[in-house]
Design a protein around this ligand. Sequence first.
Ligand code: PLP
Length: 361
Amino acid sequence: MANTYNFNAGPGALPAEVLQEAQEDLRNFRGIGTSILEISHRSKAYEAIHHEAQQLIKELMGLSSDYEVLFLPGGASLQFSMVPINFLTDGKVAGYIHCGTWSGKAWQEAQKTGQTLVLASGEKQNFKQMPDLSNLNIPKEMAYVHLTSNETIDGLQCRSFPDTGHVPLVVDMSSDIFSRPVEASGFSLIYAGAQKNLGPAGVTIVIVRRSLLERIPEAIPDILSYRTHVNHHSLYNTPPVFSVYMVNLVLRWIMKQGGVQGMADRNQQKADLLYHVLDNSGGFYKGLAYKDSRSMMNVTFRASSPEIENKLLVELEQEGFMGLKGHRDAGHLRASIYNAVPYDHCKALADFLSDFQKRNG
Ligand code: PLP
């Protein structure tokens, strides 16, 4: 693994210390003589991990006792369906903020369950800018408002969250959870696939306000009901044990780095390095997102021509920079600089991009 720099969009980089600790536990979990992959989800050893991870999530997010933390399989994509199946009921309408590829997918899925309304859209700006969320017109009786806080493919991140009053705010935080402090009391449900900022693929974190559970219809399948999972402390069926174990290690690591504020300070410095190179390249590179909407997690950009881009991608790979080719649907370059990506790796990438420009500009 020496001399490689991981800029993959997901699964993304994991902290080196965490990978090292997990290696030992794969052979012999904390000295109990069996692998972490082999322990029962009903064992005391697993229960301790499960509860510690739930507690750390509450602590890092600053959650009151009104919230429950769940570990569910099915990826964030399952949440695109679970949210409307649980809450788009009684003939109500759900509001969607359409700000990029993933919020578009969430909205599409919701339409299969009930009626939706797009409250704000970035389509006119070609999803290069977050729509204005400061003055949304939200009917009082709406089922919920859904927002994607960071659009992983388009490289957009919302700077502030809308005030939705009594209407529950549901946020997909898959690609920026724990990257910065947020005011948790403004959210009714948060979901995030772990594989970007929190651990390996296989588990999705769901944080749900308890008062919302009353709205869930009895008639939906148990496995799809948040109430079932809350009632069983997220141990209704076999949870993704290894993924939860890894998430717990990453949460401990975030704590050691100074919590979410520590992450935010570091993430800002990392993002600044890369955007500085793009902005000072005299047009050789072009950042795709408008400056007021730029993501601190996914830096999307283009080089001066398709030929130069191809050459750049080849050289990046040769030099050990992994994962810079943008999403298959988007066709640009993208550096994903999640929590675990070290500052030094971003510096190495920024230096390489400047040097490449000197040689090819
Ligand atoms: N939402 C966002 C913001 C994402 O970035 C992704 C995946 O990259 C998803 C949802 C879908 O996640 P999953 O592949 O875990 O279903």
